[in-house]
Design a protein. Sequence first.
Length: 252
Amino acid sequence: MRIESGTTTEHRVRLGIFLGMCVVFAAYFAYDGFWGYPAKNLEWARQNINVPAELKANLQTNPKVLTAELRKIQPGMTEAEVEALLGKPAVVVEGEGLFAAKDHWYVGPAACARITLADGKVRDEVKPLENIQKSESDIQLQKILGAILGVVSIGVGIYYIRINTMKTVVDDTGLTSKGRHVSWDAMTGLDTSDYDRKGWLDLVYRDADGREDTVRLDSYHIARFDEIIGAVCERKGFESPLRARQAEVAEA
């Protein structure tokens, strides 16, 4: 005798749908956080910075250019100190004359700023322009949601693989389920108290140390549930909960 069963189609389909939703939304939030929102803000920056039109086409977003970093820039700082914090500017607009001030424009994911340098040092206080429609906090939230759902997707994916490879087997040696094997001699009964309400029951057995333990058998997880429970009850002489339910259905 051997009865082998995988999980039910309903279980696979429902978990597969949930996994697909997690992956799609993780990708959606991650895309907005890392590419979508910064791309929209780059267009906003092109409309709000005062540079010649031919220079705007080559603007690139610099992830270092955050509002908190821009506020660290103080008059008197050298160009090297500015670039140590923010990197290279997106655009430099040269002033007229040998010692004229230069406007260094920095463009970040949600903010931009003009830093005016004269004689290699910051001349004025920096006043960042912030995009309140797709703010830095909005971008950060998208990244966090994408990361959380990414972790959830990995966990659900591992579980999905597990349920598709998990087998419940009844053979001449006993029952094997969820990586545990219970011999026929170790089985002592069935706890069916939750069967009518939840569709599962517990196979009660004694382990090698004589302690009582259980293995849960769930009709939602086992495609050939009726056959497996029927075989256990027939072999051990346990009262089958399936017969009671079948009788109720017949009377109805």
